[in-house]
Design a binder for this molecule. Structure first.
Ligand SMILES: NC(=O)c1ccc[n+]([C@@H]2O[C@H](COP(=O)([O-])OP(=O)(O)OC[C@H]3O[C@@H](n4cnc5c(N)ncnc54)[C@H](OP(=O)(O)O)[C@@H]3O)[C@@H](O)[C@H]2O)c1
Length: 501
């Protein structure tokens, strides 16, 4: 589990796909900030591997320009000059074995010259179609093999497969080149400070854990809303995937496991992941048309307006087919069939082009018995809100007396905001995750069985959605709204309402 003593491990980080968007906007800024915090050893070498022909200087210039735009701290040219000495470029096609061999020779020469351990971290940040081939070429070139005691680790970006079968196939490719213990399947939501805080909130506070079950909790809502539509160039990929595979299979199910899991025996990576995978196994399957119609809503955005600006319908976005039936919004009512959660609905909703960007988990506690104050006025439930985006924090909705001579009650919020409390901006998820991989801590990464279980659940559901004779409607919502009316109806079956965010 993350601890403060991490950092300054010596290794070489090779990024496959280093001229891409992820490297420019997330990985390099994350490494810069690790260095700024004194957590990145000056002996760490960062090597970008991609197809374009570039000199080291050209590569660094491109990274610098992107970093300046997105940096979460004030850009410091002098510091960048120190940092970028650690960065170089290796040009090769992903499917050219010679490129991996020359990389291996370069790494060995560097390690010998600088007398550094041969620890290697391979970050596969390419398009998913190259995940398998890159793993295979790493093996063929011997780059996966430790000859002198140094470690070899691999980080694999999302999406990890497109269904259960492809995920299993990819897992086999991974196993052919790396040990499971050295494999880090990334889900950047787990690197967010508040996601990590879910366990702390639950297992380090008596008041919450003692109430964390179906006797006291009425319902749980997990919302991940984006106000953006299709980002440039993403339309074709997104249209193949849709919101369920792009977001629910990974981020939302991961958040659900953190909220629902039992206390692990300790904080080791496997103990935590053992508990998370049990939650996935306990999920009630949505595998018949009846269950799917009762518990799911899929929808697509029509034109509308976001932040006062008119925006097009999904089917009018760049690279999206005009007759697309892909969902840009999903809401689900899920049940975790175990002793703790029997009967408690977990409502998940995720969508693009919604009213605002927000990621939040809301735990609704049961109402007090209606004997005292609530005879004449409706009492709001206590809600614990774990806020992940745009600001990170925790808030609790409580009933309070309005000052004055009468007994009028009103819901109020008790707020804890990360930035204000700790007078420090939260690190970006990729900072935490890169630090953990260098330190060999896989707690915040997805294990093989987790990814497979999640796909099994999603495959059941998509099979029903896909079958035309099941006649599952694609609902419509206006861009800039909170989703379709069908999603309100879905949760009102149990007299619940989506929390206004
Ligand atoms: N971008 C994000 O914010 C984000 C967020 C979460 C996850 N991810 C995941 O991260 C991965 C990378 O995403 P991205 O947005 O960075 O992709 P991208 O911008 O399309 O970059 C792709 C990279 O792969 C390289 N490449 C493509 N074909 C190649 C080949 N045949 N040989 C060698 N290099 C080749 C490109 O190099 P050239 O420039 O030389 O063609 C480029 O460096 C994907 O799996 C994505 O799902 C991205």
């Amino acid at each position: 589990m993350p601890n403060s003593s991490k950092g300054n491990q010596i290794c070489t980080l090779v990024i496959f796909g280093a001229t891409g968007d992820l490297t420019h906007r997330k990985l390099i800024p994350a490494l810069y900030h690790l260095k700024l915090e004194g957590l990145l050893s000056s002996k760490v070498q960062i090597i970008g591997f991609a197809r374009q022909s570039k000199t080291d200087a050209e590569f660094r210039t491109g990274l610098k320009a992107a970093h300046k735009e997105v940096s979460r701290t004030l850009y410091d040219e002098e510091f960048w000059q120190v940092f970028d000495k650690q960065i170089s470029y290796h040009q090769s096609n992903f499917d050219d074995l010679e490129g991996y061999k020359s990389l291996e020779a370069k790494l060995q020469a560097y390690e010998k010259e600088n007398n550094t351990p041969s620890n290697r971290l391979y970050y596969i940040a390419s398009s998913p179609s190259f995940f398998g081939p890159i793993l295979d070429f790493l093996k063929q070139s011997g780059a996966n093999n430790s000859v002198d005691g140094g470690w070899r680790r691999v980080i694999i970006e999302k999406p990890f497969g497109t269904d259960y079968d492809s995920a299993c196939k990819l897992n086999q490719a991974v196993a052919g080149s790396f040990e499971e213990a050295d494999t880090y399947r990334i889900d950047h939501y787990l690197g967010k400070e508040t996601a990590q805080n879910i366990m702390v909130l639950r297992f380090a506070n008596t008041i919450y854990e003692s109430l964390w079950n179906n006797r006291y909790i009425d319902q749980i809502q997990i919302t991940v809303a984006e106000d953006l539509g299709m980002e440039a160039g993403r339309g074709a990929y997104y249209d193949q995937a849709g919101a369920l595979k792009d977001m629910v299979q990974n981020h939302l199910l991961q958040l659900l496991t953190l909220v629902a899991m039992e206390s692990p025996v300790d904080l080791s990576a496997d103990a935590v992941r053992d508990e998370k995978v049990k939650v996935l196994r306990s999920l009630q399957r949505l595998d018949t048309p009846e269950k799917v119609k009762k518990n799911t809503v899929r929808a697509q955005y029509a034109q509308g307006s976001v932040k006062g600006e008119a925006v097009p319908a999904y089917v009018d976005e760049d690279r999206v087919p005009k007759d697309s039936k892909t969902e840009t919004y999903v809401s689900l009512r899920l049940f975790v069939d175990n002793w703790r959660w029997k009967g408690v609905p977990f409502y998940l909703r995720v969508g693009k082009r919604m009213a605002k960007k927000s990621a939040q988990i809301s735990i609704f506690f049961k109402q007090v018995p209606s004997v005292l104050f609530n005879e004449n006025q409706k009492l709001a439930e206590n809600v614990l809100m774990i806020k992940m985006q745009p600001d990170e924090g925790v808030a609790m909705k409580l009933m309070s007396k309005v000052p004055g001579s009468s007994f009028e009650l009103k819901p109020v919020d008790m707020n804890f905001d990360y930035e204000t409390t700790f007078a420090k901006q939260s690190a970006e998820a990729y900072e935490r995750l890169l630090l953990d991989t260098m330190s060999g801590d896989a707690t915040l990464f997805i294990r093989k069985d987790e990814v497979e279980e999640a796909w099994k659940f999603i495959d059941d559901l998509t099979a029903v959605w896909k079958e035309e004779s099941n006649d599952i409607d694609l609902a419509v919502y206006e861009a800039g709204s909170w989703g379709p009316a069908e999603a309100d109806a879905l949760i009102s079956k149990m007299r619940h309402q989506w929390l206004e965010i």
